[in-house]
Design a protein around this ligand. Structure first.
Ligand SMILES: Cc1ncc(COP(=O)(O)O)c(C=O)c1O
Length: 401
């Protein structure tokens, strides 16, 4: 049989995050003691009250097909969440639950993109935005967020990337991978630019909103610029804030017409999200906020631990992230050098692969996030593992010739 695959998959790479984790697991299977800092996944357990709510939902018989766009109970909890945390009012037909935040993006892009359209993505970016855009024949257009601007998106850089073909602008603050946070005044300047492009949709991915440090507050573009709310998808979910990556619950607030189109996509793909996971998400969103604050405080401590350790390594630089749970050190000072095993480091990918195989620390190269030469380290693991990882990185760099 001739094995023909759809053209939309042409050249679509597996996300580098998953590829690095795969390489790390292969080394572990050989008995090597690899520290895995490649995946963006909280190491905390899901809060017990949330697990309890899922258990109860199953016992209560909440085991039938749920509505495609979410159970009424979860949609009501999401409406409360948007009002409480973001001062955003969404009606029931302006809220939709999906299989993780990732499916929100998939639904939104599938519902709106045609070949030739452009999606503006600030870089460094989470790997999935350009990959999903490409699946629908659209072209990602990258806007550099410079380290000297704290990796925030500058309005003038955004303006230079917009064209008559732009269909979406993606905003992801707190950012994966840099932890940059755009605040009220940043978003006001961005909104001013977007007003000149009334046909452009805005995807505001706020999945890390609660993981912010040092008193920084993340702002929502639809709240900062209410006139843009009718063309903004505000994306959020329970994966990161509530340590619920496996439950697969993400959600969107947005205009009813776009959500109806996204519902059409989801109805033909996955239907409604697992009813039991939705009951758990109600308990998470309506539950006490101190647990989330406690987890954020732990991430903040670990971030400082990692950044300070990396800054002490000659050849590395490291900005202090304001949010999320990653560090994004620069490795420019190490390029052109040779590892103890004789590899020449020409790129950050070379660095990440050599660090994994010789230093036994799995990270992701900045090239995966469209911004080199850097590495992304997830700080969502124990302080001891992070200390040991930083010591291994220091030893690896010290061994470069
Ligand atoms: C920036 C960002 N948005 C969205 C997601 C999607 O998360 P989920 O599909 O688990 O809700 C992730 C997960 O890594 C992410 O980093």
């Amino acid at each position: 049989m001739a094995r023909v695959f759809a053209q939309r998959l042409n050249g679509l790479p597996a996300p580098a995050t998953i590829e690095m984790a795969r390489r790390a697991r292969a080394l572990r299977a050989e008995g090597r003691d690899v520290i895995l800092l490649a995946l963006g996944e909280p190491d905390f357990p899901t809060p017990p009250a949330v697990v309890q709510a899922a258990h109860q939902a199953a016992l209560d018989g909440q085991t039938r097909y749920p509505p495609v766009d979410g159970t009424p109970a979860l949609k009501a909890a999401i409406a409360r969440k948007f009002l409480r945390d973001n001062a955003l009012e969404y009606a029931a037909d302006e809220i939709m639950v999906s299989n993780g935040g990732k499916q929100v993006i998939f639904n939104a892009f599938m519902a709106t993109l045609d070949p030739g359209d452009e999606v503006v993505v600030p870089a460094p970016y989470w790997v999935s935005y350009p990959l999903i855009a490409r699946m629908f024949g659209a072209t990602p257009v990258f806007v550099t967020c410079r380290e000297e601007d704290g990796f925030r998106l500058r309005a003038d850089a955004l303006a230079a990337a917009l064209t008559p073909r732009t269909r979406w602008v993606v905003l992801n603050f707190p950012n994966n991978p840099t932890g940059a946070v755009c605040q009220q005044d940043d978003l006001e300047a961005i909104a001013k630019v977007l007003r000149d492009y009334p046909d452009v949709w805005i995807l505001s991915d706020e999945i890390y909103e609660h993981l912010v440090f040092d008193g920084v507050r993340a702002a929502s573009i639809a709240a900062v610029a209410p006139d843009l709310k009718a063309r903004t998808i505000t994306l959020n979910g329970v994966s990161k804030a509530y340590a619920m990556t496996g439950w697969r619950v993400g959600f969107a607030g947005g205009p009813a017409d776009l959500l109806a189109a996204m519902r059409g996509v989801q109805g033909n793909a996955t239907s409604g999200v697992c009813s039991i996971a939705q009951a758990a998400a109600v308990a998470a969103l309506d539950g006490p906020t101190d647990l989330v604050r406690e987890m954020a405080a732990v991430y903040s401590r670990r971030r400082t631990l990692v950044v300070e350790a990396l800054r002490a390594v000659p050849g590395l630089t490291c900005a202090m992230p304001e949010g999320a749970f990653y560090a994004y050190p620069g490795v420019a000072g190490c390029l052109g050098r040779t590892t103890a095993a004789g590899r020449v480091l020409e790129t950050d990918s070379d660095f990440a692969i050599a660090l994994l195989e010789e230093g036994l620390v799995a990270t992701v190269p900045g090239s995966a996030f469209g911004f080199s030469p850097y590495l992304r380290l997830s700080c969502a693991t124990s302080d001891d593992a992070l200390r040991e990882a930083c010591a291994r990185i220091a030893a690896f760099v010290a061994g470069l010739r």
